[in-house]
Design a protein around this ligand. Structure first.
Ligand code: ARG
Length: 452
């Protein structure tokens, strides 16, 4: 394809290090689509004849059919998917194939293909996040009233509901969706026609090719067009943040599925056994989602370091942009799908959650708040009084609402029988009606709002 000025072919290792076909063959659909749009525009502008344009379009369909039927071979001699497609086109239709690359370079071609690929990947992630969100909302609705311990420092803090807890993840997913949508909008410009780096003297119509490929318009600067990989970095950054959210949910499932917690049992379909310990039901998928977040972060770091300090315009370093993006996408897609499956099929042990919520003196804040509200005690003093009540409950080995009134009044005479109305976990969660709080009615309202 470029051998005119060379007397010798490349060394075997040169050929191997240069070749990207083993991974960029994944973009064959985008490559064919880009070429189709390009040659159609060349035909319309009279840069190639209508007959040649039609022959090239037919030939591209044949090449695509061959890829679809037999896959794309790792033909290192062809370097990359762009060269292989052109070689196949040439084999299919003869010399007219050589007109396809008029007013184009592989630099704008690969930038276009990759943008199309990342756009498709973004759409797939958005659809997957939609399914994850639907699962979260369904389980949250089911458990809007289910009391569980809320933690800070992983210490029992205040009772919340499981619905509220799951809705926290809905918020994270919503932010992920918004990030991927922003990326899609910002990156939806077409580099095709920037050619090698300087644009072209041929009377091309970049607006036409951009429109044909579903872009909002052409990119504005030819140098930036072939050297920009922000769209890929944006994808990776959104993916990293999404994977961090998934890893936190995964970690909670790992904790919750452990015997000391016992908050959840994962379905058989989402558990694995041990080859030696017959009793085991391990949460491997959750652990792998937690682990994949590390690898996904590595993909982002990889491309950031590749791009750092590269001069304009195209450098071959940039060929290394694709493996981390492809790897990241595969890891993210399977992580989202796995979390969705686990959430949909998990059995939440609400009896166990309630028992733990009741055992950790989690309504101590409610007692302090009651003193402030009903007896006009300053909060700091109420905090101290409540601390003594908790110590008394601990000494009696009972929950706060089981400490006899006489014991409470011995600590502070202003405490009356009415205090027991706020000491249950149900009363505690029901009282937290401030906007965004855990009260079941709030949770139901949040779910309604989320469903629009
Ligand atoms: N395989 C190359 C890549 O992935 C295509 C662009 C090559 N351009 C060039 N001038 N060598 O980046």
């Amino acid at each position: 394809m470029w051998g005119g000025r060379f007397a010798e072919g490349p060394a075997a290792v040169m050929r191997e290090i240069n070749a990207s076909i083993p991974f960029d063959k994944r973009m064959w659909r985008q490559d064919v689509a880009g070429s189709r749009a390009h040659v159609t525009m060349l035909g319309e502008r009279g840069i190639v004849s209508a007959d040649d344009a039609a022959a090239i379009r037919d030939g591209l369909e044949q090449v695509a059919a061959g890829y679809a039927a037999d896959g794309v071979p790792d033909d290192l001699a062809m370097e990359d998917i762009h060269m292989l497609t052109e070689a196949r086109l040439s084999a299919a239709i003869g010399p007219a194939a050589g007109r396809l690359h008029t007013a184009r370079s592989r630099n704008d071609q690969v930038a276009t293909d990759f943008r199309l690929w990342v756009r498709d990947a973004t759409d797939q992630v958005l659809a997957a996040l939609d399914a994850l969100d639907a699962a979260l909302l369904a389980r949250a609705e089911e458990h809007a009233d289910s009391v569980m311990p809320g933690f800070t420092h992983l210490q029992s803090a205040q009772p919340v509901t499981l619905g509220h807890h799951l809705m926290a993840y809905h918020e994270m997913v919503s932010r992920d969706v918004s990030r991927f949508r922003d990326n899609r909008a910002r990156g939806n410009l077409c580099p095709l026609g920037a050619a090698a780096l300087a644009g072209t003297g041929f009377p091309i119509d970049r607006h036409a090719t951009a429109a044909a490929l579903g872009f909002d318009g052409p990119t504005r600067n030819s140098l930036d067009s072939v050297s920009d990989r922000d769209f890929a970095l944006d994808y990776l950054m959104a993916a990293v943040q999404c994977s961090l959210h998934l890893s936190r949910l995964a970690e909670e499932f790992v904790l919750w599925a452990s015997q000391p917690f016992g908050f959840v049992s994962l379905s058989d379909q989402w558990s694995t056994g041990s080859s030696i310990m017959p009793q085991k039901r391990n949460p491997d998928a959750a652990e792998l989602v937690r682990g994949h977040a590390g690898r996904i972060s590595g993909c982002l770091v990889s491309l950031m370091v590749t791009m750092k300090g590269l001069p304009l315009a195209y450098s071959k370093d940039m060929q290394d942009d694709k493996p981390p993006v492809f790897e990241c996408h595969d890891l993210l897609a399977i992580s989202i799908a796995a979390m969705t499956g686990m959430i949909e099929s998990a059995t939440f042990r609400t009896d166990r959650m309630r028992a733990l919520a009741e055992s950790g003196f989690a309504t101590a804040t409610d007692l302090a708040d009651w003193l402030v509200r009903e007896a006009d005690v300053p909060f700091r003093e109420a905090h101290h009084i409540t601390g003594r009540a908790v110590a008394r409950a601990e000494a009696l080995a009972c929950t706060l609402d089981k400490v006899p009134l006489a014991d409470l009044q011995a600590i502070d005479a202003r405490i009356t029988d009415a205090v027991y109305g706020v000491l249950s976990v149900d009363a505690s969660v029901a009282s937290r009606r401030s906007f965004g709080g855990t009260a079941p009615d709030n949770v139901r309202a949040a779910i309604r709002a989320a469903r629009g």
